[in-house]
Structure formats: structure tokens, C-alpha cells
Design a protein around this ligand. Structure first.
Ligand SMILES: [Zn+2]
Length: 210
């Protein structure tokens, strides 16, 4: 499998310098290179060296994933939570375009405020996956992660979060202030994108007795 790795260089010292990997050089501030996974040996920037005064953040491209299928599954899990007597939230973790684990909200039935699906999955990823695997993993979640879960996702270093319903939209149903957004908390570690399949995600909240 080919991975597209995007390197964002942060210039700490002055003018641009080239970033080099095997057989490849870029003088731009953002460089892209296709690597075989077999070339990727540990770390987030396998086979890539960045000149001394620069730091690099490497993010994997997840653009070939079947976003619709994975988000539909997360929304399905939100419905499953409601049927069980919990609140309408569900999430999946996806690597190499395959769901590797999934969870739904269990705060009410387990009487445990930590049982948000995103935090469950972050904890599981931390136990079961290597740092490199976590960086290659996407969380699809029916609603934007709250600050507690975003903290867990940040600690475990997932590559990307995709949500269906934004935290600002959720307030339309639950009331109250919008908390710190996931994109702020995860800045520099995990890409956050959304809303995606927003109508389907909102429909779950509209049906729920908030
Ligand atoms: Zn949460």
C-alpha cells in the first residue's frame, strides 16, 4: 500500500531549506511524498530526514477511505446507544480503510461519566496499537468529541478525527455553552474535520429526548 505523507515544516531559524527523503527533495514549505508502507519503520517520518533547525509534523493522507461507510457506522452506533438507554453517540476507529474497533456511549447504563465512545476508543488504541499505528488511525464519530475525549485523543496521538455534528450544533439540542472545540485541543497533533454526513447525524439528536 502506498501512503501519502504530508510534511509541514516549521521554520524556526530563517529561510527555507530542502527537506529530503530517499531519492526525493523539496524546497517548498509543504512537501508531499508517496512512500511504501514497507519503507516505514517506526516513527512518524520514516525514511525522511529534516534539516536541523526545522521540526516536521507528518500527517498521513486518509483521503482514500470510504468516509460515508465509516461515518454511517458511527451514527448507527449512536442509535444503538439510544436503544440501550444511553445518549446518542457512537464512534469507530479505522485503519487502512477498515474498522478496527467501535464503541457507543454508556454513561447512563454504566453510571460512569467517562464512558464516552471517543474516550473508550482512545484508551483502547493506547493499549492495543503502536504509536505509528495510532498516527495512521482515523476516528469517525457521530458528534464532535468533547474536551475530555479530545484530551484522550491528543494523548494517544490519533491521526485524524472526522465528526458528523459539531459541538456548537449539539448545543441547539442540549442547551448550554459550547465548550472548547476539538480542533483547538487537538491542534498540532490530530487533524479534525467536519461536519460530515451532517443531516444523518443531526437526525439522531432530533429524535432523541434531550
Ligand atoms: Zn466526550
Amino acid at each position: 500500500m502506498i501512503a501519502r505523507v504530508v510534511i509541514n515544516r516549521f521554520d524556526r531559524a530563517g529561510g527555507p531549506q530542502p527537506v529530503r527523503s530517499r531519492g526525493w527533495t523539496s524546497t517548498g514549505s509543504i512537501a508531499r511524498v508517496d512512500l511504501n508502507w514497507s519503507d516505514c519503520t517506526g516513527g512518524l517520518a520514516p525514511g525522511i530526514s529534516v534539516p536541523g533547525p526545522y521540526a516536521a509534523r507528518v500527517s498521513y493522507s486518509f483521503d482514500t477511505f470510504d468516509h460515508e461507510e465509516h461515518m454511517s457506522r458511527a451514527i448507527d452506533l449512536a442509535r444503538t446507544a439510544v436503544k440501550r438507554g444511553d445518549r446518542p453517540f457512537g464512534s469507530v476507529l479505522v485503519r487502512d480503510d477498515t474498522v478496527v474497533t467501535e464503541a457507543s456511549n454508556r454513561v447512563v447504563t454504566e453510571d460512569d461519566l467517562r464512558r464516552h465512545p471517543e474516550l473508550d476508543l482512545a484508551a483502547e488504541a493506547n493499549r492495543a496499537f503502536t504509536p505509528d499505528e495510532r498516527a495512521r488511525t482515523v476516528m469517525y464519530t457521530s458528534t464532535e468529541p468533547c474536551p475530555m475525549c479530545s484530551g484522550g485523543i491528543r494523548s494517544t496521538g490519533l491521526g485524524r478525527v472526522v465528526y458528523s455534528v459539531g459541538a456548537d450544533e449539539l448545543r441547539e439540542f442540549t442547551g448550554g455553552e459550547t465548550p472548547a472545540r476539538a480542533a483547538q485541543i487537538l491542534d498540532g497533533v490530530t487533524d479534525v474535520t467536519g461536519p460530515f454526513l451532517n443531516d444523518e447525524g443531526r437526525a439522531v439528536h432530533e429524535r432523541f429526548d434531550w
